[in-house]
Design a protein around this ligand. Sequence first.
Ligand SMILES: [Zn+2]
Length: 121
Amino acid sequence: MRVTLGWARCADNVADILRRGAWYPIVEESADGHVVVEVRQQRVRLSRTDVTIRKEVPDHWSVVVRTGVLRPTMGGRGSDVVTTYAVCPLCHYRQDVAGKPASVKCVRCGANSPVDWTETC
Ligand SMILES: [Zn+2]
């Protein structure tokens, strides 16, 4: 078990650096309101206000709901599509979820983890 200061998950405005819904280990905390997280073997410095921090090891799939507009093809009308996917707490694999399962098995690492539905509206 690695020793970590906690785990950070990014807010939407920094989602281009960190994967949405994924927790990253905090390797350093500075007094000026920043945390350093490890992302794919690289250290990324973030403002604490841009991340959600938890102390416990994440053990639930995070749910990310994405809304987009489907481009009309073949003469059809454009329509709103809502894509829901879950992010594996162990390997950060993104997996589509259908319905609202209580737990999902990761196709990549094989872990069966409960799904955290509390953050979706
Ligand atoms: Zn996994």
